[in-house]
Design a protein around this ligand. Structure first.
Ligand code: RFL
Ligand code: PHB
Length: 390
């Protein structure tokens, strides 16, 4: 088989890139290791920047998001037993974010792909990008006991942090930057109304907590836990007790609890690979970089990479120019590093660290106090949270 762009991974990055290409008549194939059901069952991100929502619209997959997504004009930071509002809309001259689950984003993009006839191969085993340092790259994979080969012009590695694309690059050609944090996030989903109309990020002596949502009737809550924590040690009762202890009293009292429908622990790390291009192989999304979820940037960075990569591929096919492709890595990384900085800062400001000590806690407290005394400081937070320009 031959296609123009072979895309590895059917997460938000791969699906979004595939749809934008399909819409402009550039044929592409998506190869996904997991089943479609498995991809759809992963509960992850919830907050979309305006740039991301505009790309979903552009892809033709934004209708349900516009109808069912929840636009948010601000959120709260809680510390010292009180909530302090960050007025995103006021601080950024009218920008807001959209609360709409990654599961729904993926669902809408998969529906659109099916409706427009894009080919996705699920349960593609042993996917391997090959000869991407030549003009004739190809990808091989196994399915139903047979080995298949797809010849292509370009390969897009949209296969997440654990994918094969980045691992296929010779070690000498890639540099990685990493920071791990000594904690994870235990998250649950429950069909109870959210405790507050807007998100609450809480800094508390017992650790960080986050109150988010998926709809007016479905809540998404997280608490900071030690890095090797087991989900089985967290029956629902224990989770609800812990999150309430980390919230201001009135908020805790207002919280509706109920049985969880999902519960898992996510590790927290920062990671960047440089460059993001190796001959005819391009990395986009989590395949190239990871941020701690504290700034809600992971999915949004996957979308901004796709913005740059799609524009570059479009330029290549429409104008026969490689200029955009040559600039892709540098352009994408410039935005990635700013989101890395913001996510790292927000993680440091909001979590308890085992080795922080009383000095570290005082500094953290001063940082939070300063934020709400300085419009400049709060504007820094707001403009990063709603998303830096592309
Ligand atoms: P994905 O979603 O990991 O998709 C990669 C796909 O590639 C497939 N794959 C392979 N396919 C073929 N061959 C192989 N060898 C393969 N290896 C892997 C995988 O099965 C998968 O389907 O990467 P993508 O598309 O780059 O998207 C990135 C986002 O998923 C991620 O950044 C966000 O979920 C991060 N994130 C958040 N981001 C936000 O923007 N806002 C948020 O509010 C937010 N909250 C979160 C988050 C991530 C979390 N976890 C669990 C890490 C909250 C959490 C708890
Ligand atoms: C979520 O709703 O899952 C969510 C929201 C904000 C974050 C991270 C995750 O910063």
């Amino acid at each position: 088989m031959r296609t123009k762009v072979a895309i590895i991974g059917s997460g938000p990055a791969g699906l979004l890139l595939g749809q934008l290409l399909t819409n402009t008549g550039v044929d592409n194939v998506i190869l996904e290791r997991a089943t479609q059901e498995h991809v759809l069952s992963r509960i992850r991100a919830g907050v979309l920047e305006e740039g991301t929502t505009m790309m979903l619209q552009e892809a033709g997959a934004g209708k349900r998001m516009r109808a069912e997504g929840l636009p948010h004009d601000g959120f709260d930071l809680a510390f010292d037993g009180r909530r302090h509002r960050v007025d995103l809309f006021g601080l950024t001259g009218g920008k807001r974010v959209m609360v709409y689950g990654q599961t729904e984003v993926t669902h809408d993009l998969m529906d659109k792909r099916a409706a427009t006839g894009g080919l996705s191969v699920y349960e593609a085993a042993d996917v391997l990008p090959q000869d991407f340092d030549t003009d004739r790259p190809y990808v091989t994979y196994k399915k139903d006991g047979k080995t298949h080969r797809i010849d292509c012009d370009f390969i897009a590695g949209c296969d997440g942090y654990h994918g094969i694309a980045r691992k296929s690059v010779p070690e000498a050609a890639i540099e990685t930057f990493e920071r791990t944090f000594p904690f994870g996030w235990l998250g649950i989903v429950a069909d109870v109304p959210p405790v507050s109309a807007e998100l609450i990020y809480a800094n508390h002596p017992r650790g960080f907590a986050l109150c988010s949502m998926r709809s007016h009737t479905r809540s998404r809550y997280y608490v900071q836990v030690p890095v090797n924590e087991k989900v089985d040690d967290w029956p629902d009762e224990r989770f609800w007790d812990e999150i309430r202890r980390r919230l201001p009293e009135k908020t805790a009292e207002a919280m509706t609890t109920g049985p969880s429908i999902e519960k898992s622990v996510a590790p927290i790390r920062s990671f960047v690979a440089e460059p993001l291009r190796f001959g005819r192989l391009f990395l986009a999304g989590d395949a190239g970089h990871i941020v701690p979820p504290t700034g809600a940037k992971g999915l949004n960075l996957a979308a901004s990479d796709v913005r740059y990569l799609f524009d570059a591929l479009n330029e290549y096919y429409a104008e026969k120019s490689s200029a955009g492709l040559d600039a892709y890595s540098e352009k994408a990384l410039a935005r990635v590093w700013k989101a890395e900085r913001f996510s790292w800062w927000m993680t440091n400001t909001m979590h308890r660290f085992p080795d922080q000590g009383p000095f570290g806690q005082k500094i953290q407290h001063a940082e939070l106090d300063y934020l709400f005394q300085s419009r400049a400081a709060l504007t820094m937070l707001a403009e990063n949270y709603v998303g830096l320009p592309y």
